[in-house]
Design a protein around this ligand. Structure first.
Ligand code: NAD
Length: 254
């Protein structure tokens, strides 16, 4: 492991434009469960209940969705950024970071100190909610207080429209600007580091390969093997916080 960490440190030293690409695994050490590990969200809820088409067409699906969302929001709100988020913010301070591309909706990169304009959120954010009809925006915090008060399916107080968190659901299209920017930046970076993603959710999982095909070095840090390990220059099967804090320590000391 130490030898692999040294390799990652050298790759960062020799790079000018580093992209960090994160998935749910970067936030499990902050107490937010990922989707696919044991104890993850999909062991408790059926993803088929949360397809966008179901959400917009059925009041019953919206009720199930908000029940899940109400529960998921509490650990998300109380979570603190961990050593991996902090190391990514440090890379920006060192002038190494081109951007963070994240599949996460938890806002923890920004809370760790990454500049919001450097964080590309491919799957939206859980900190706000919009009306699908008139686009009125709410904080997720406000909607949580409605849910806690007993509202089962929140509706827009301006027009009665359907409210939905600003996250990208299954069956919903990815945000065009962010997706385009992620692929564009991937083609122009010199080092691409994946942290805590199973690399199965498309099209996000193709972004690392885009970088590799355009000539960047590819590093994957994940607890388990991923589909793209065979394409990577360095693979570490370890914990995001431990690996990234060691990488940062090496960068600062030697
Ligand atoms: P995933 O659940 O498919 O994969 C997470 C990967 O991270 C797994 O392979 C797991 O082995 C690994 N992992 C877990 N803890 C780790 C740790 N401490 N260190 C290193 N690796 C660790 O997640 P994904 O690839 O992000 O895709 C699932 C989708 O779920 C994404 O669209 C994401 O938006 C969403 N999601 C987000 C959050 C969040 O915002 N924190 C949480 C759950 C799911």
């Amino acid at each position: 492991m130490e030898e692999l960490i040294r390799k990652i440190t050298d790759l960062i030293r020799n790079s000018q434009k580093v992209i960090v690409f994160t998935g749910a695994g970067v936030s499990t050490e902050s107490g937010i469960p990922d989707f696919r590990s044991p104890g993850g969200v999909w062991q408790k809820y059926n993803p088929e209940d949360f397809y966008y088409q179901k959400f917009i067409s059925s009041e019953e699906s919206r009720e199930k969705y908000w029940q899940m969302s109400r529960e998921f929001y509490e650990p998300l709100k109380n979570a603190q950024p961990n050593a991996a988020h902090q190391a990514v913010a440090e890379l920006e301070k060192m002038g190494k970071l081109d951007c963070v591309i994240t599949q996460n909706i938890d806002n923890l990169h920004q809370r760790a100190g990454s500049s919001p304009q450097k964080v590309i959120e491919l799957h939206g954010t859980a900190v706000s909610v919009s009306c699908l009809a008139c686009r009125k925006k709410y904080t997720r915090e406000e909607i949580q207080s409605w849910l806690v008060r007993g509202v089962k399916v929140p509706q827009c107080d301006a027009c009665g429209g359907i409210l939905k968190p600003d996250t990208v659901s299954f069956g919903q299209s990815m945000p065009a600007r962010e997706t385009e920017e992620a692929f564009h930046r991937a083609r122009n970076c010199d080092l691409f580091i994946v942290i805590g993603s199973s690399l199965v959710v498309q099209p996000a999982a193709s972004v690392p390969l885009e970088a590799k095909e355009a000539g960047a070095k590819l590093v994957i840090i994940n607890r388990e093997p991923t589909y793209h390990d065979s394409h990577a220059d360095v693979v570490i099967h370890g914990s995001a916080g431990e690996v990234m804090s060691k990488v940062l320590k090496n960068l600062k000391t030697s």
